[in-house]
Design a binder for this molecule. Structure first.
Ligand code: HEM
Length: 187
């Protein structure tokens, strides 16, 4: 996470209070070619935003499970499908909605979305304007005071380009950051 001093420091104020955290540059392929498969390395850029939005219904009773499965999940799934299929139009480089499993491959009652965005600003624009998130948002505030065991949370971080190397081996050419990465022209 960026801080005003550029490093983790308990006394520094968060940089997001004083800086727009604007994106610099583009995603760039620095090695390999997504269209050819094999090994591809992509360099990120300053201020890519990463969100993990988690859902944990392991301890939830029947009423809260019904709330999650009937009122929240269908809308959440629609929002996640939108970002998976149309992310490029809103500044979402990659969006994966995944389910946790145990070591034997059994599904756990826990899932999360993990999304990489061109900037915090674009992520916030989507969250405050897309009908799916708005609907979830309204539902959440209607029920939040009564929630006991259902856990819904967001973690967001913004990082410098030096911390961003993305590597893909034999992946489809649109996997992860490859879809939106610029292939640098040979010199
Ligand atoms: C079950 C799923 C979700 C629920 C219940 C939920 C609920 C909420 C709520 C209540 C807020 C307002 C927080 C506040 O103002 O204190 C919020 C903000 C936000 N959410 Fe979600 N959300 C969910 C999923 C997601 C996902 C999947 C994303 C991103 C892909 C996302 C992105 C955001 C962002 C960026 C904000 C901050 C908006 C701003 O302050 O400008 N949310 N969400």
């Amino acid at each position: 996470m960026n801080t005003a001093t550029g490093g983790p420091c308990a006394t520094a104020s968060p940089l997001s209070q004083t800086d727009w955290l604007k994106p610099a540059d583009e995603l760039t392929v620095v090695s390999g070619d997504p269209a050819q498969g094999g090994r591809v390395i992509i360099r990120g850029h300053d201020n890519i935003a990463l969100i993990r939005s988690g859902q944990d219904w392991r301890a939830a009773e029947a009423t809260e499970r019904a709330l999650y499965f009937e009122e929240i999940l269908p809308t959440l799934q629609a929002g996640m499908d939108f970002l998976r299929d149309n992310g490029e139009s809103v500044g979402c480089y990659s969006n994966r909605f995944v389910r946790s499993i145990d070591l034997d491959g059994n599904e756990l009652d826990e899932s999360y979305d993990i999304g990489h965005w061109r900037s915090l600003d674009l992520l916030e624009r989507w969250a405050e304007s897309h009908p799916t998130h708005l609907r979830i948002f309204v539902t959440f505030f209607r029920v939040v005071t009564g929630l006991e065991k259902l856990r819904l949370y967001h973690e967001v971080s913004v990082s410098d380009s030096k911390h961003q190397i993305f590597e893909y081996i034999n992946c489809h050419q649109h996997t992860g950051m490859m879809r939106d990465a610029r292939v640098s022209s040979p010199v």
